[in-house]
Write a protein that binds this ligand. Structure first.
Ligand SMILES: [Zn+2]
Length: 460
């Protein structure tokens, strides 16, 4: 890249701020200085803003806060199209795990780069990338994340048992990690990567779902996260089998079990949470635990529909996630917003169950809170980091328009994204990624998937 501008002025846009007053500013301007939003003005920019090193004419575009994917798998984009029309347990056992158990570290890197390329080009600026196991090479993936310039938390998978829920779903040996090694590696990853690149790259811990860790290990993970000052994420209550497993083994609901081992709380983020009882919903809210709602994945795997309006009503923080390419099959948060909105209306037979502005908050502010970054990102306000997305509104499916939030949630697609800034750096311009080599990554993805399938012996 050529020398990067330190001041950027975005002019004439419709600014969807998601600020405390939820202002939408038409024809406004945003000045970015040294990575942060210096000013947001309705109307023409101030005198000093006019001297910005780079000016972006954004008439006919909407500017939103960067989208935040609170649950995605960096190592799954390489499996796109490899595991369709299966239920979760078969999906894991017959396709996803045997394929991932044959990953090389190069596959890990290519998959992470492909995931980030898709995320960036569709307006995602921050993500929680879960289940990075040793096999994919944490270091290689972390280097790719640092190189892409995105705001990414990589969660090291923690496990000591090859199970998942009901008996018989056993993880292949290539993925299983031994207790001592998994903890040692997590500690070294946190030391090496947590907070590098000015805090853009984070290392978290991701204990595996119920059945994947012993009770002692869950307790150790809670302790490790506290001691290292990092955060925890895990899949929880995704399918009905999880409820049965927790009841049979612990006499508790999955969330009660997690509370018992000390993993619930404001520094924890639980993905899916489809199978929650009414009392569980209140417990989740009271514990201030965060939830990552993944409507496409839950629908495609027929896991169920999470009770998101009820969680929000109870005061829980719920963000949005795309999960992975075998379950979604895309990493497009704009499309995910639409499903998050319409699926609750259909479930509750209530058109007011999930309004567009609520969904946009889930994809931005709530996501920031789920990552512990609500003071830094998640809205367009002076002083916050400049993570911004410009969406081109001059498209047949986006005109005529009256309400820009409605258009972003119900009508837009990730491919409408024109420009993306993370930390004040231009990472996508005119729809082209600047820090990731698109042509190379797309070519590598196909080659690596072909080789992976033949190496694994899995019939796809
Ligand atoms: Zn997942």
């Amino acid at each position: 890249m050529a020398k990067e501008p330190r001041t950027i002025l975005i002019e004439g846009a419709i600014i969807v701020t998601v600020d405390p007053r939820r202002r939408v500013i038409e024809g406004g301007s945003i000045l970015v200085e040294e990575g942060r939003i210096a000013e947001v003005t309705a109307g023409p920019p101030s005198g000093s803003a006019r001297r910005a090193e780079l000016k972006i004419q954004a008439k006919g575009m909407a500017v939103m806060p960067g989208l935040i994917d609170t649950h995605m798998h960096l190592a799954q984009s390489l499996l796109r199209g490899c595991a369709d029309d299966l239920s979760l347990v078969d999906w894991l056992k017959k396709r996803v795990w045997p394929l991932q158990a044959s990953f090389t570290e190069e596959d890990g890197r290519v998959s992470a780069e492909l995931s980030m390329l898709e995320m960036l080009k569709t307006g995602t600026t921050s993500f929680v990338g879960v289940d990075v196991v040793s096999r994919y090479g944490f270091d290689g993936i972390a280097r790719s994340v640092a190189g892409a310039g995105m705001r990414g938390a990589m969660a090291k998978s923690i496990m000591d048992s090859p199970g998942y829920g009901r008996k018989g779903s056993i993880m292949p040996s290539g993925l299983v990690e031994e207790k001592g090694a998994t903890i040692r590696e997590a500690k070294s990853m946190i030391r090496k990567w947590n907070g590098i690149k000015g805090g853009l790259v984070k290392a978290w811990v991701a204990p595996r779902s119920l059945g994947g860790c012993s009770q002692e290990l869950y307790r150790e993970v809670a302790e490790l996260a506290r001691e290292q000052g990092t955060r925890v994420t895990m899949h929880l209550g995704e399918v009905r089998e999880d409820v049965k497993y927790a009841k049979d083994n612990f006499g508790l609901t999955p969330f009660e079990f997690i509370q018992k081992v000390g993993l619930a709380g404001p520094r924890s983020l639980f993905a899916h949470m489809v199978w929650l009882s009414e009392p569980d919903i209140r417990k989740v809210a009271k514990s201030k635990s965060n939830v990552a709602h993944c409507p496409s994945s839950n629908s495609k795997l027929a896991s169920g529909i999470a009770k998101v309006p009820e969680l929000l009503e109870a005061g829980a923080n719920v963000g949005l996630g795309c999960d992975g390419a075998p379950s979604n099959n895309s990493y497009d948060m704009i499309r995910e917003m639409k499903l998050a909105a319409v699926i609750q209306k259909a479930r509750l037979l209530d058109p007011l169950a999930m309004p567009a502005p609520t969904v946009l908050e889930m994809a931005t502010l709530n996501g920031a809170r789920a990552m512990g970054m609500e003071r830094e990102v998640g809205s367009i306000e002076a002083g916050k980091k400049a993570d911004l997305v410009l969406v081109d509104l001059k498209k047949p499916h986006l005109v005529p328009f009256r309400d820009v939030v409605s258009n972003m949630v119900y009508a837009a697609m990730g491919s409408d994204v024109d420009t993306v800034l993370v930390d004040g750096r231009l990472l996508v311009s005119g729809g082209k990624a600047l820090t990731l080599e698109e042509e190379k990554i797309v070519g590598e993805a196909q080659k690596h998937q072909d080789a992976l399938i033949s190496r694994s012996g899995v019939r796809v």
